[in-house]
Write a protein of this length. Structure first.
Length: 159
């Protein structure tokens, strides 16, 4: 069974979001071993300069890179990433699963990810051109990964 690691910055505060993550983790347990790693984002002032943001992103990158499992296919979630359909994500998941490759998805802080993390990624992915609450995004990603497995098994979950 392959392993999917989800590295995120920040903890989920709302119970309903934690419940949703738990539900998708339970559903995904049929298809993969899911490991969610929550890292602390660097604390910034209320109105940080671009220089402060860049420094924080580099510090976060150091922490993120230490937690990426060796040999994983790494996907950075970022606004400038490729916009895939659910079927295209399913193809990506199926290809890596068939090759026995573990996958690691990275969700940065509210200021995104450092270019160093993006450059080390095999795929830069955008789930949408729209902006979503940072905490909701984790649920959305897990749902799409679950949907990918359901598409690959030919389920009617994806219509």
């Amino acid at each position: 069974m392959i392993k999917i690691t989800l590295i995120t910055l920040g903890k989920l505060k709302e119970k309903y979001l934690r419940d949703a993550v738990e539900e998708y983790a339970k559903r995904l347990s049929r298809y993969c071993k899911l490991d969610i790693i929550e890292l602390s984002p660097v604390t910034l002032s209320d109105n940080p300069s671009q220089s402060e943001i860049d420094t924080a992103l580099l510090k976060e990158a150091e922490t993120i890179e230490k937690r990426i499992p060796d040999g994983s296919v790494v996907t950075a979630l970022c606004v400038e990433g490729k916009s895939n359909t659910s079927e295209q994500l399913a193809e990506f998941v199926e290809k890596n699963t068939n090759e026995g490759k573990n996958m690691c998805f990275i969700i940065g802080s509210s200021f995104g990810l450092s270019d160093t993390v993006k450059q080390k990624s095999n795929l830069k992915l955008s789930l949408s051109a729209m902006t979503f609450p940072h905490q909701l995004f984790r649920v959305m990603l897990l749902e799409q990964i679950y949907r990918a497995f359901k598409i690959n098994e030919g389920s009617t979950y994806h219509k």
